[in-house]
Design a protein. Structure first.
Length: 231
């Protein structure tokens, strides 16, 4: 990636807000969790606009893409966090290298590869697997859109016509996202426990080092006192 431009896009400048009623803000330095939340919020608002009218058929593909991409961003965020936790634990596997991970995650859109990668990290950290129902629905989403292209463009789905319960589908996708994204909370709890352990270990090592140094000083003083007896 090249250097980021130092000025806002011209398109945003042209439509600068003149009043609060029309105001929408793009904040600087948004991370992936912020963007992920944006896709989730957009999916929820799109679902709320559904009225069971023929024109609503047009929102299905964008709706599917929003939820799918939110899941993708969640998996990517968790993979980076899990790898960091493993590095803090002292693991030095080449697959944990931040640059290697960053490059791979920028290139891949395969939910299957990401889910497999994350499951491996959770296993190494001795953390629980995703619930069975979540993994099942995730596998359906992977089957429908394995590379992140099916819901973005036409021609990626079979030449069939599908009659779908939109509310049931939307509920399932949201619940699946919620369960997948809950992994970040699991990793956060692990990270807090890891930090507490490291603090305790540093305090213990400092205490042991202080005791050792005190013993060495005492032995040195005793030896020097013995030498004085022969003076």
């Amino acid at each position: 990636m090249g250097n980021k431009p130092q000025q806002s896009p011209h398109l945003f400048k042209v439509f600068a807000s003149g009043d609060r009623e029309s105001l929408i803000v793009r904040y600087p330095y948004q991370d992936e969790s912020d963007v992920e939340f944006g896709y989730v919020e957009a999916a929820r608002r799109l679902a709320a606009s559904f009225q069971g009218q023929p024109i609503d058929d047009a929102i299905l593909m964008p709706f599917m893409y929003l939820w799918r991409h939110a899941v993708e961003l969640s998996l990517k965020q968790q993979i980076k966090y899990a790898a960091k936790l493993r590095r803090v634990n002292g693991e030095q596997d080449a697959s944990l290298d931040p640059q290697r991970l960053r490059g791979w995650l920028m290139r891949t859109h395969s939910l299957r590869d990401m889910a497999t990668e994350l499951a491996g990290h959770f296993a190494h950290l001795d953390l629980p697997e995703m619930p069975t129902d979540t993994r099942r629905t995730l596998s359906w989403l992977i089957e429908a859109d394995p590379k992140g292209q099916t819901f973005r463009y036409s021609g990626g789905l079979p030449d069939t016509q599908d009659f779908i319960d939109f509310h049931a589908l939307g509920k399932c996708l949201e619940e699946t996202y919620n369960m997948v994204s809950a992994g970040i909370d699991v990793l956060g709890a692990y990270g807090e426990a890891q930090e507490d352990f490291l603090v305790e270990r540093r305090e213990f090592e400092a205490e042991m080092r202080a005791e050792f140094e005190a013993e060495m000083r005492a032995e040195y003083a005793e030896e020097m006192g013995s030498y004085g007896d022969y003076a």
